[in-house]
Design a protein around this ligand. Structure first.
Ligand code: GRG
Length: 279
């Protein structure tokens, strides 16, 4: 189900959404930020956890719009100050800072429009609530705030790092799974969706911390050790590469166990987790 065909159709769906936007540098820059080498991991996660992925396309697009806005803004000089993203120039490097800010604003705003156009009633209310909660000032934006506040500090605790990872990274994964929960009408199992989103988000972030150290610029699309050079707090501040690798193996095993607790066919979820493990 979660096949290349679905992902190709999802790419088409994204492009089609922008068909009626005025032709402009703004549209060009939005598509520059959105299309290309992104892994679409959050959409894949939603598709893996619902019965009908096509019904989840708008949720997946909304989430991907938010994710990409956050990357565009994160790369700005006032934030993480990165010149490259996904192996190409960051949006502000290609189109200038002012346009990159507008691109982020527009992608974020559009995410809620996508939901409004495609869902109704109680479902729509729940999805908007989820997306705004997990992406906003109680979620991802709060995580980015904590991250910026603590950059370059030497006395960060592991607890604080875990808190930053929860908000900055895991919240969007939790949003993905809870959107799937709403589409599945499966609120009775909310804790399970929440726990899986949390686990996958943290695994994802720890891998990202590790790759910053052990992978080349060609492999990650950004300069090697860029987090380290910026004095960012990462898992590698507290543990050796070997310790982080064994923690990842242990946590992946626990996450596979957690997936077994869902009462629907979890083949897709297991396959996606396997892809994440091997990436
Ligand atoms: C600017 C409000 C605001 C938030 C920014 C997402 C984020 C918060 C910062 C990006 C920096 C970072 C390393 C975040 C951790 C999450 C993460 C690993 C993002 C990259 O996600 P991928 O790997 O990206 O899914 P692709 O390119 O595949 O879409």
């Amino acid at each position: 189900m979660n096949s290349q065909k679905i992902m190709n159709e999802f790419e088409e769906y994204i492009l089609t959404y922008f068909n009626d936007f005025q032709d402009s540098k703004l549209k060009e820059a939005m598509l520059y930020a959105l299309m290309g080498a992104g892994k679409r991991f959050r959409p894949r996660l939603i598709f893996s956890a619902v019965k009908d992925p096509y019904k989840a396309f708008p949720c997946a697009l909304a989430l991907e719009l938010v994710h990409n806005y956050s990357l565009v803004h994160d790369d700005l000089p006032a934030m993480d100050d990165d010149d490259y993203r996904r192996g190409k120039l960051a949006t502000h490097k290609k189109y200038g800072e002012a346009l990159a800010i507008l691109v982020g604003d527009a992608l974020l705003t559009e995410s809620f429009k996508v939901l409004a156009l495609n869902y109704q009633g109680d479902t729509l209310k729940k999805l908007v609530d989820l997306l705004s909660s997990y992406a906003g000032a109680k979620g991802m934006v709060y995580g980015q705030y904590l991250d910026l506040e603590n950059e370059g500090k030497s006395d960060i605790s592991l607890d604080l790092l875990n808190e930053i990872d929860h908000y900055k990274t895991a919240c969007l994964f939790i949003a993905a799974l809870k959107m799937a929960m709403v589409l599945n009408h499966d609120e009775a199992n909310a804790d399970l969706y929440q726990a899986l989103g949390e686990k996958i988000g943290i695994l994802f972030q720890i891998q990202d911390d590790l790759f910053d150290i052990i992978r080349s610029e060609e492999e990650t699309g950004k300069p090697q050790k860029s987090d380290l050079k910026k004095g960012k707090v990462t898992a590698l501040r507290f543990k050796s590469v070997k310790e982080v690798e064994s923690e990842l193996a242990h946590e992946f095993a626990k996450t596979f166990d957690l997936i077994e607790r869902f009462d629907f066919d979890t083949t897709e979820l297991r396959e996606l987790l396997e892809i994440l493990k091997r990436r």
